[in-house]
Design a protein. Structure first.
Length: 468
């Protein structure tokens, strides 16, 4: 050692002497007398500088980089040990787990504990990954304000280096806010625009001059009108302008003028008239998509079958909306039926009418909870049946919710694609249509009545299990 008193004297020195350890104190500034330790310190320093340079972080992160480099060195092979053996393995007699290693200094997002969150506030905070801790599962991070945290729930963006929030002095902020035109307080930067950048800047300058010259002049000529449109149009709406009614009156010159002023190189004029290509291997997402597809007749027939089934069940009653009530919406859901080999079963297309229960008001529903059988109960029944050599049977109920009657009045808008003669007519639902908040509860209450009518008793531990 180099003669430091905290090592050679005091409790440390006494402990070494009690263990029979002899201290060899080096001469001042004679680093070569402690070559191995100095060489390892240099290895840690060089590694820390490499981490800082790769992450593009400042020297304020030097301590974190050095600790991380030492952490990694203990888990990397070294020539001082047998081949493939690390210092960690020699100390702990087991291979180190490297699955938690991440790119040092990268951008990350640490979770904010629920106890520290604000109502409606963020759930994660942006931070910089700065290292690990021994015998702890998680990562050390540093938020943009420079505060350290340790978290086990972190999302890493290893391709982006982290950064601290810029710090501006108060006097600089006041001076820049009081005189924004003062260029002396702003950092100067030399710009070298490319040829395309110069052309773009020139086009913007010409546009601004033309707008200023015609600001109070109403265009009276067709060419002037096209020029005005060209000055205001953007790249994203150029196709819409050319596909509108104006396209029939524009000359070829005027079209080229619009394109040139929008800095476009090419434009597909037929993209709005070209027929849309549908993927018929997927069911449509909405009613309007279903009727626009080439197989619209198939889905219309499926919707008609669903509507006939609802009419046979007396699912709704046509009436007028009472005062103070709100009618919720309805929508169609579509699905294919598939063969075991994955092919679509023709003529088995399904269309289901569902309610948009998310728009229900509190007066539209009461209880909405419906119990389901716990996995523990299912496993117990299966084990009991196997032990007693019983036979188990199962069955499926077609459209089960539609068998349950509603206890509250719910009003819906008209069915998409099937308008009523009177546009003010609404539908009062009489059954638990899919999508309603209370549909599961109403079906469970119906099932409970049927089970009790059969003489079965509901289990008090699991309300979805009945026994005779």
């Amino acid at each position: 050692m180099d003669g430091a008193k905290e090592f050679s004297l005091g409790n440390m020195g006494a402990y070494l002497k009690s263990r029979g350890i002899t201290m060899q104190i080096t001469a001042p500034y004679a680093h070569s007398q402690n070559g191995k330790a100095e060489r390892f310190i240099r290895t840690i320093e060089d590694g820390a500088q490499t981490l800082l340079a790769d992450a593009k972080l400042t020297m304020s992160f030097w301590g974190d980089a050095a600790l991380t480099m030492n952490y990694l060195r203990n888990r990397a092979p070294t020539v001082a040990l047998p081949s493939g053996v690390t210092a960690y393995e020699m100390m702990n007699r087991c291979k180190p787990n490297l699955s938690h290693l991440r790119v040092w200094g990268c951008q990350c997002f640490a979770i904010i504990p629920p106890e520290l969150r604000t109502k409606g506030g963020p759930r994660r905070v942006e931070a910089i990954f700065v290292g690990y801790e021994e015998d702890r599962i998680g990562w050390r991070v540093r938020d943009l304000q420079g505060k350290y945290h340790f978290s086990r729930d972190v999302i890493f963006n290893e391709s982006v280096p982290g950064h601290l929030a810029p710090i501006r002095k108060v006097d600089e902020f006041v001076s820049s806010a009081s005189d924004p035109s003062d260029e002396s307080t702003r950092p100067s930067r030399k710009l070298n625009p490319t040829s395309k950048g110069q052309a773009f800047a020139e086009a913007i300058r010409v546009r601004d001059e033309r707008l200023a010259s015609r600001q109070l002049v109403k265009p009276v000529h067709r060419q002037q009108e096209a020029d005005v449109i060209a000055d205001f149009v953007s790249i994203s709406i150029t196709g819409d302008i050319l596909s509108a009614e104006l396209v029939d009156d524009l000359t070829l010159y005027e079209r080229e003028a619009v394109i040139d002023y929008c800095l476009l190189t090419s434009l597909d004029y037929q993209r709005f008239t070209r027929p849309h290509v549908f993927d018929l291997s997927k069911a449509p997402e909405s009613y309007y998509e279903a009727i626009a597809q080439p197989d619209a007749d198939v889905w219309k027939a499926a919707m008609q079958r669903e509507l006939t089934s609802l009419e046979d069940r007396h699912a709704f009653d046509r009436t007028t909306l009472p005062q103070g009530r709100k009618a919720i919406g309805l929508r169609w859901c579509y699905v294919y039926k598939y063969n075991p080999d994955g092919s679509i079963i023709i003529t088995k297309e399904k269309a289901r009418l569902v309610a948009q229960g998310f728009s229900q008001r509190p007066e539209d529903y009461g209880s909405i909870y419906a119990p389901v059988a716990k996995m523990t109960s299912i496993q117990t029944i299966l084990a009991y049946a196997n032990h007693r050599d019983y036979e188990l049977m199962s069955f499926d109920i077609k459209t089960p919710f539609l068998h349950a009657k509603l206890t509250l009045d719910i009003y819906c808008k008209q069915i998409p694609g099937f308008p009523e003669a009177d546009p003010h007519t609404v539908l009062r639902l009489l059954v638990a249509l899919y999508g309603l908040r209370q549909s599961s509860y109403e079906f469970y209450m119906l099932l409970l009545k049927i089970m009790m009518r059969l003489g079965l008793i509901r289990c008090q531990v699991d309300h979805a299990v009945f026994s005779g």
